[in-house]
Design a protein. Structure first.
Length: 438
């Protein structure tokens, strides 16, 4: 008996019937208006999809099923004596809208442990790649290689009923999430530690076992990984990796194909690769200033020179948020409790003091505050994970929780193939000419 699968069946059936009745009764109701700037601006802000698992509030930040990050830290269960909530609890919450008990979270940890064995052919595929292949490329290829084991793909070929799409997607989701820490750790040890691999620890939860496989066994780092993998898990459906997973999934591609596509989006410099860019920029700053502990005045000078060169300050600003990212603040609070004497972490805190006033003085920056990427790299460096090319893989492991939970909901609610209408630039010119007010 799978208690999460049964709860999901009940919850999703109820929501699906409510949505169908609402669309039938009110399908012509206007929800949003699109302006020309949005058509040319990457469709930013256009309301055009359902995303059950989270919603982004400009002031309070990301909310998972209506709960903010501080609320999650207060309510989600902890396992194995952890001081931070475990990602298992967040996945359960995103799937069924309920905070699980400690027993339910432990069941999920055990279930992922049961499902986590990596296919041998996936390891062979990874070993066939040049060892200096970017970790995100290896990660995407590894996920794609496991598609041969997709339950949804097999059962769909055999004539799976549409009403059962969600169940097969659920099985693929559970198997894939279970394997991702082992895949990511294998890539890390292969790329940066000479292939000296470390197996999972059956006594630990999902995040703590991941920390162990990376080669980091301090309880402090285990707790950071529990926090990191929780707060990076989802960011509503409009961001590039989430939307890509949803778009590809709407074609009835299985969880492996859909998630791999989302990871290819996450690997872009304007999305998940930004966490790599932040710590790279901090290292460059420290080299330029010839100091590992620069003053705020030295940092302010370097920041201004960066802006004068026409460059952005990595890790600052956000398309939606209008306050410091709660994910940044969660990491800052963790560091204040555990890493207050860390030199590299203190550099991040100095940047937090220096950068926003400088950006505000420009008069054209809507959000001068740090986002999630501004802090995570420095904490990872403190713990010894200095190989910043790997950071986006960590992000990807976490993001699997949200995008795959949402994919299960898309299957359960019977969402159709996504197919927005496009227009040519001539159509735009003609439309503006016809409708402009003299």
């Amino acid at each position: 008996m799978d208690p999460l699968k049964e709860k999901f069946r009940i919850k999703s059936t109820e929501v699906r019937e409510k949505l169908r009745s609402m669309v039938k009764a009110h399908g012509d109701m206007v929800v949003d208006q699109v302006v020309l700037g949005q058509v040319f601006g990457g469709m930013r802000g256009i309301k055009g999809m359902i995303w059950e698992t989270s919603n982004l509030d400009p002031i309070e930040g990301i909310k998972f099923r209506g709960r903010s990050i501080p609320q999650l830290q207060d309510t989600l269960p902890r396992l194995n004596g952890s001081t931070e909530p475990v990602p298992e609890g967040l996945f359960w919450l995103m799937m069924v809208g309920e905070v699980p008990t400690e027993e339910e979270a432990q069941w999920l940890a055990d279930e992922w442990e049961r499902r986590r064995k990596i296919p041998q052919h996936t390891l062979k595929v990874l070993e066939s790649l040049p060892v200096d292949t970017h970790p995100m490329t290896q990660f995407s290829i590894a996920v794609m290689s496991m598609q041969s084991e997709s339950i949804f793909a097999r059962e769909y070929f055999e004539g799976l009923a549409k009403s059962d799409y969600w169940a097969a997607c659920y099985e693929d989701t559970m198997n894939l999430i279970a394997r991702l820490p082992s895949i990511a750790a294998y890539i890390y040890r292969r790329s940066f530690h000479g292939g000296d691999h470390i197996g999972p620890d059956d006594t630990l939860d999902w995040a703590a076992s991941f920390a162990h496989m990376l080669g980091q066994d301090s309880e402090s780092f285990r707790n950071f990984m529990r926090l990191y993998l929780t707060i990076h898990a989802d960011h509503e459906g409009g961001n590039a990796s989430a939307h890509t997973t949803h778009l590809v999934g709407s074609t009835l591609s299985d969880a492996y194909l859909s998630f791999a596509a989302g990871m290819n989006a996450l690997a872009g410099p304007l999305h998940g690769l930004a966490n790599q860019e932040v710590i790279k920029w901090i290292f460059e700053m420290l080299d330029d200033l010839d100091s590992q502990d620069p003053t705020e005045e030295q940092i302010a000078d370097f920041v201004q020179r960066t802006l004068d060169d026409g460059k952005v300050i990595p890790g600052y600003g956000h398309a939606v948020l209008r306050k410091p990212d709660p994910r940044f603040m969660a990491q800052k609070h963790f560091a204040e409790k555990n890493l207050s004497d860390s030199v590299i972490v203190n550099v991040v805190w100095k940047l937090f003091n220096v950068v926003p006033p400088i950006l505000e003085s420009l008069g054209k920056v809507k959000n001068p505050w740090p986002n999630v990427d501004a802090h995570s790299g420095a904490i990872l460096v403190h713990y010894g994970l200095k190989e910043f090319k790997f950071y986006t893989v960590l992000f990807g492991v976490s993001r699997s929780l949200g995008v795959l939970a949402a994919l299960c909901w898309s299957r359960a609610l019977g969402f159709p193939l996504e197919r927005p209408k496009s227009v040519t630039s001539k159509w735009i010119f003609d439309h503006v000419e016809k409708n402009k007010v003299n």
